[in-house]
Design a protein around this ligand. Structure first.
Ligand code: ATP
Ligand code: MG
Length: 355
């Protein structure tokens, strides 16, 4: 019997709605595979918790999470709490303390999804975004405020070790999944210190994988190639900022935020990894019961893959595809008029047929 202990942080807005559907799908798998068991523990660390306790999670919050096999995270964001607090007191401490330095984001056009690209080519690649350093540092500052020479300096942190470890993860992933090349996003023609180190560190790792090609494009050109020939990519590795932009672009090519999953991975498995839809709490549709749960259900599939059950992950993804292709039970973002839980229930039905 494989029993997995999952910490669930539903969060704010549509987070609880979509997370609930993901738990339903995981529970359905359990009914059908006697050897698979999943236990959930829910944590109410959301903006409401902050308003009551003055912090997003208790002082020992990270210790409470540490022993779980994985974390399923909804979303946080609430008009009453500044974003800095919900992000820097909850999401960032989890990512940093648990050394989740890889952000994995599949860019895959599922069967039944319309892309805004008209050539209809298949789109199926993986983006690994550096999640621990890079451009999103808090090093820097503002000088000469309110004066004509006012300026701001924002430093980027790129370390050789930081780039080598994500490059190695990308190449290992390519090798394991029979991919032929890894594409690196750079800008070393203009960002001549940090991006040159990025290039050098990736090239060094590539030497150990002679069966896998390394190609490197400047980020501006690469963004254009994502649109012009997305079918040509297999594995993409990018810094924090470049990866952020590329994955939003990629998500738009394959159906949008409602169907875009992600994982924050600690490759060494010393700590739990965390899985979440890339969308936020979507305050505009919160409480209406119409959020698309597919991104979060697919994130749960990524979690199962990480936990060593790619068979169950594949069963979830093909169930989602069956529901999309049938096209009858869809949320409004995909042109339907069904509710979050109707879509979840429909996917559960398909899962039960699979096994
Ligand atoms: P946050 O501050 O929490 O990141 P946000 O304002 O950035 O929230 P997102 O949650 O990222 O908003 O959503 C952006 C847009 O996409 C919103 O219009 C939202 O309604 C829509 N959206 C996001 N997720 C979904 C979903 N699962 N289903 C349907 N629409 C969604
Ligand atoms: Mg957002």
């Amino acid at each position: 019997m494989d029993t997995y202990q999952i910490a669930v942080i539903p969060g704010d807005g549509i987070g609880p709605d979509v997370t609930n559907e993901a738990m339903k799908v995981l529970e359905a798998l359990q009914e059908l595979d006697d050897a698979f068991e999943v236990n959930f523990k829910l944590f109410d660390w959301r903006s409401e918790y902050y308003l009551q306790h003055g912090q997003m999670m208790p002082d020992n919050g990270l210790d409470q999470l540490r022993e779980f096999d994985a974390i399923l995270f909804g979303a946080v964001g609430d008009a009453r709490v500044p974003d800095e607090i919900s992000i820097w007191q909850l999401i960032m401490p989890i990512r940093k303390q648990f050394q989740q330095y890889i952000n994995m984001r599949p860019i895959k056009k599922l069967a039944g999804i319309d892309s805004p690209l008209k050539n209809g080519s298949p789109i199926d690649f993986m983006v690994f975004r550096e999640n621990a350093e890079g451009e999103y540092s808090n090093i820097g500052g503002r000088l000469y405020q309110e004066q004509p020479q006012e300026m701001a300096i924002q430093n980027t942190v790129i370390t050789r070790q930081g780039v080598e470890r994500i490059a190695k993860y990308a190449f290992e992933y390519a090798k394991k999944n029979n991919k032929t090349k890894v594409t690196s996003a750079t800008k070393s023609n203009a960002i001549i210190h940090s991006m040159k180190l990025w290039d050098e560190a990736i090239e060094k790792v590539a030497v150990d994988y002679e069966e896998i090609a390394l190609e490197s494009y400047f980020i501006d050109a690469l963004a254009a190639y994502f649109v012009m020939r997305p079918e040509s990519f297999e594995v993409v590795v990018a810094s924090n900022l470049f990866g952020d932009i590329l994955t939003d672009l990629g998500a738009a090519l394959v159906g949008g935020l409602g169907v875009s999953p992600s994982g924050n991975i600690n490759p060494e498995r010393n700590f739990p990894s965390m899985f979440e839809a890339i969308h936020g709490s979507a305050p505009d549709i919160a409480g209406k019961g119409i959020a698309n749960p597919i991104a979060q259900i697919w994130s749960a599939a990524l979690m199962l893959e990480h936990l060593g059950r790619p068979d169950l992950a594949a069963a979830i993804v093909s169930s989602i595809e069956n529901v999309l292709q049938e096209g009858e039970v869809l949320t409004p973002d995909l042109g339907g008029n069904s509710t979050t839980s109707e879509v979840g229930d429909r996917i559960v039905e398909e899962v039960k047929k699979q096994l």
